[in-house]
Design a protein around this ligand. Structure first.
Ligand SMILES: [Zn+2]
Ligand SMILES: [Zn+2]
Length: 230
């Protein structure tokens, strides 16, 4: 049954590379050449996913000095072209196909986890930003990821209390202040291990504040998953 649906879907909407327009491969909107060009984020800090020059397996200097509120991070790519293009197309031009592709690639990377979280929590947008954009890009990526990993997804566990200034225009220190106490956990959490999903982790300030709120709500282990790390 599923096979037939796939065949019909491929015939009606053949996979097309979102980066160059060539034919996609393996039911994915990405061609082999563009897939090769993606900037895999390795080696990286296991705690905050900061790109590092060599793989040491130990947290970066900053994480050793100021351990973040989350336990580990995995960011699939470095935030460079052409990944930046995919994320922009999703975030600012409603290209949902980019969310499916990013979620699908992240799922490949996370497919063999020994210790799965109980739930995936996409970083919430403030309601005013949500109204403006009409969707939450992290939630859209999380839908594909949750489906592929067979994990529940919950976007109502946390809310964003403060309509923060666009983080991109701020320095690292301004970001930290800007995002302070920006999140609240709004319902009891039946999970001791969760994964936060963000599209891009820039300084880690946003996921850190969300992790603090989850920690206060009693979560024991918090992993951060992201498509890209600046
Ligand atoms: Zn291509
Ligand atoms: Zn680190």
């Amino acid at each position: 049954m599923n096979n037939w649906l796939d065949i019909i879907q491929d015939w009606l909407f053949p996979p097309t590379c979102l980066l160059c327009g060539d034919a996609g491969t393996e039911r994915r909107d990405l061609c082999a050449a563009c897939a090769e060009s993606l900037p895999i984020n390795f080696p990286a800090c296991p705690r905050c996913a900061l790109p590092l020059p060599v793989a040491t397996g130990i947290p970066c200097g900053n994480c050793q000095k100021h351990p973040p509120a989350y336990d580990s991070s995995l960011a699939l790519f470095r935030y460079e072209e052409p990944v930046r293009h995919l994320i922009h197309a999703l975030k600012f031009h409603s290209r949902y196909a980019c969310a499916r592709l990013l979620g699908d690639m992240l799922a490949d990377r996370l497919a063999n986890l020994d210790d799965k979280p109980g739930v995936i929590i996409p970083v919430p947008l403030h309601p005013s930003r949500y109204r403006q954009r009409g969707y939450n890009q992290s939630l859209e990526i999380a839908r594909t990821l949750a489906h592929r990993l067979e994990l529940p997804l919950d976007y109502r566990i946390c809310t964003r209390l403060v309509a923060t200034q666009a983080q991109t225009e701020l320095t690292a220190e301004q970001r930290r202040r800007n995002i302070k106490k920006a999140f609240a956990v709004t319902k009891p959490l039946p999970f001791s291990h969760v994964a936060i999903l963000d599209d891009v982790v820039t300084t880690g300030a946003t996921v850190n504040e969300l992790a603090k709120a989850l920690r206060e709500a009693g979560v024991q282990r918090i992993d951060v998953w992201a498509c890209a790390r600046a």
